[in-house]
Design a protein around this ligand. Structure first.
Ligand code: HEC
Length: 159
C-alpha cells in the first residue's frame, strides 16, 4: 500500500509501541498517532498477540536487499539516533534502513507538522496524525539535505 511502512527488520518493541499509540489515540498522549487504517486493523488483533505478530513481521526478508555500493553518509544529523546505516541500537528509535522512501518522507513531514492534511498518493481514508516530543522538534528543523538522507537510508539493507 502506498505510504505503508516496510516492517522487515524493524524492532518488534518499536512496532508494539506504535500499536499502543494507534490503539490509544489519547488526546493527552504526547506521542499520539492516529490512522483510520491502523485503528481498524487493531480492532481485530488481540493485544496478547501484538508482540508475536510484530516479531513475525520483523523476521521477514528485506524487501530490498540494499545497495552495497553505499558507504557512509556525508552530513548526518540523524545517525546519532537512527544509526549511520539506518539501524538503531535503541528499540525506541525506529530503523530507517530499507524503509519505503514515500513512507519515510511522509512520516518526516507528519512529525514536523502533526496535523498536516493528506498529501496526494496517500490513502484517502488514512488521516494520520503524529506527535513526538523528540522527533517532532527535530523534524521542524527541516533542511534541504534531509531528502537525500532519507533516500540514502531507504537504499540500505533492512538488517
Ligand atoms: C535524538 C534522537 C533522534 C535524532 C537525532 C533523529 N531522530 Fe528520527 N526519530 C527518533 C525517534 C525516537 C523516533 C520515533 C518516534 C515515535 O516513536 O513516534 C523517530 C522517528 C523518525 C521517523 C519515522 C520513522 C517510522 O518508522 O515511523 C523518521 C522518518 C525519522 N525519525 C527521520 C529522522 C531524520 C531524517 C533525522 C535527521 C535529520 C532524524 N530522524 C534524527 C529519534 C531521533
Amino acid at each position: 500500500m502506498t505510504g505503508a511502512p516496510a516492517l522487515a527488520g524493524q524492532h518488534p518493541e518499536y512496532m508494539v509501541r506504535q500499536l499502543e499509540r494507534f490503539a490509544g489515540a489519547d488526546a493527552d498522549d504526547p506521542y499520539r498517532r492516529r490512522s483510520t487504517t491502523m485503528a481498524h486493523t487493531i480492532v481485530g488483533l488481540p493485544r496478547s498477540q501484538w508482540r508475536r505478530v510484530a516479531e513475525a513481521l520483523s523476521a521477514q526478508d528485506c524487501a530490498f536487499h540494499g545497495n552495497a555500493e553505499l558507504t557512509t553518509l556525508t552530513p548526518n544529523q540523524c545517525a546519532s539516533c537512527h544509526g549511520a546505516r539506518g539501524l538503531s541500537g535503541d528499540p525506541a528509535v525506529p530503523n530507517l534502513a530499507g524503509q519505503d522512501i514515500r513512507y519515510l518522507y511522509y512520516q518526516y513531514q507528519k512529525l514536523r507538522e502533526p496535523f498536516l492534511p493528506d498529501i496526494p498518493g496517500i490513502e484517502k481514508s488514512n488521516q494520520p496524525q503524529r506527535l513526538h516530543p523528540v522527533m517532532g522538534p527535530l523534524a521542524a528543523q527541516l533542511t534541504d539535505g534531509v531528502v537525500s538522507i532519507l533516500q540514502y537510508y531507504s537504499k540500505l539493507p533492512c538488517r
